[in-house]
Design a protein around this ligand. Structure first.
Ligand code: NAD
Ligand code: ZN
Length: 360
């Protein structure tokens, strides 16, 4: 088992990564959590696959478990479902000596984390992420949220978990498309912070895609360590944390312009990263060779073509919309070399239109 620490003073916590680590729950969780009631939040898909294993391990460790299962998908990330979970917590007699566990992807993690942050003004919380995206991104860092009908993630809290438990076995059932969407965020960490991760992915790509345990342990552990470093320096997104938004400026605009119906988040981010690398190449930040190397790796993740009929104006309109919300200029995070990015407020709009037109 590999362990990565998120160093946040007295709120520091560990991320545990390994295959078939269910039995070790017995040994490790009680070191951090008192024996008591557990509200286990999951979605219908994941609960059917792994709920039984987690409940058995929690019983073995001396915890009493009440499951609360929500439908799979983004539509469960609402105050209405949070309210259903509050009811389940009250009915289960959950108090501050108990805790909430999220077993699932980013949807379940964000929703259960928000409930943990607000129920009784905060009860302890554990993340058991089961998608690649949740394992390398959403389960680490303490951002929790639900959606509002007027926008995604508008209601939320910064609230750190007590521990993160990454059971690699869960990836064996994750649909390939979801896996590759998560892989886009994996590649992102290499581009923004750590060239050796790009080299590792180039060398071990087949093992990574096949889900080989040693490769996954190294890659996922490295991503968690990189995110932990960023979060430790900037927990509440005052500065450095913005580099995690590499590929997300145009990625979000693509998601918005297609009403969140065409791309998975990671797919839109991958397209956004392709366009950002092309912008960086035009500004001669990246060399031809560096840009080619990144684009080759992005191609292995698999760039999704734009939907037929998507107009550049719609994407540029969504970009400006985003800008209004932030009350700021359009900010692009661009690589200066592989492993180092910086934010730019002066990207030429014509250059943005050009690279976008080439993609559409
Ligand atoms: P998701 O939670 O919807 O999971 C995707 C699908 O895979 C679902 O249908 C789910 O039931 C299924 N699934 C999950 N694990 C499985 C497994 N092991 N085997 C088989 N099927 C499985 O999606 P996601 O991509 O994990 O998360 C997306 C959410 O994460 C968004 O709401 C986004 O806003 C949020 N997010 C949060 C942060 C953060 O910092 N908090 C960061 C990035 C994304
Ligand atoms: Zn993302």
């Amino acid at each position: 088992m590999r362990m990565v620490q998120v160093p946040l003073g007295e709120r520091s916590y560990d991320i545990h990564i390994g295959e078939n680590i269910w039995p070790a729950i017995n040994e490790i969780w009680p070191q951090r959590l008192k024996p008591g009631q557990v509200l286990l939040v999951s979605d219908e898909n994941v609960f059917g696959l792994y709920g039984g294993k987690l409940i058995a391990a929690l019983h073995e460790a001396g915890f009493s478990v009440t499951p609360a299962v929500v439908p799979a998908g983004e539509q469960s990330k609402t105050l209405k479902w949070a309210d259903t979970l509050y009811t389940a917590a009250i009915e289960a007699g959950l108090d501050r000596s108990g805790f909430i566990v999220a077993l699932g992807g980013g949807v379940v993690g964000d929703l259960a984390g928000f409930v943990a942050a607000t129920y009784l003004r905060g009860v302890p919380f554990v993340q058991v992420p089961t998608t690649l995206l949740a394992q390398v991104d959403s389960s680490v860092g303490g951002k929790t949220a639900v959606n509002h009908r007027l926008g995604k993630n508008l209601i939320g809290a910064f609230y750190q978990p007590q521990l993160v438990w990454i059971e690699l076995e869960t990836l064996s059932t994750l649909p390939k498309r979801e896996y590759l969407a998560g892989a886009a965020e994996v590649v992102k960490y290499g581009v923004i912070l750590h060239e050796p991760l790009i080299t590792l992915l180039e060398k071990q790509w087949d093992g990574f895609i096949a889900g080989e345990t040693p490769v996954l342990t190294e890659v996922i552990g490295d991503c968690c360590a990189l995110k932990a470093r960023v979060v430790a320096e900037d927990e509440r997104e005052g500065g450095l944390r913005a580099i995690l938004n590499f590929g997300h400026t145009l990625g979000h605009a693509l998601e918005t312009a297609t009403s969140y119906k065409y791309y998975l988040h990671g797919e839109a981010v991958l397209a956004g990263m392709v366009l950002a690398v092309q912008l960086a190449q035009r500004r001669e930040l990246l060399t031809e060779e560096e840009a080619r190397r990144l684009l080759r790796l992005f191609a292995r993740v698999g760039l999704k073509p734009a939907p037929p009929g998507l107009q550049a104006e719609a994407v540029l309109g969504a970009l400006k919309q985003d800008k209004k919300r932030e009350g700021d200029d359009i900010v692009f995070i661009l690589p200066e070399t592989i492993g180092k990015v910086r934010s730019f407020k002066d990207v030429d709009p014509q250059a943005v239109s050009d690279v976008l037109a080439a993609y559409l």
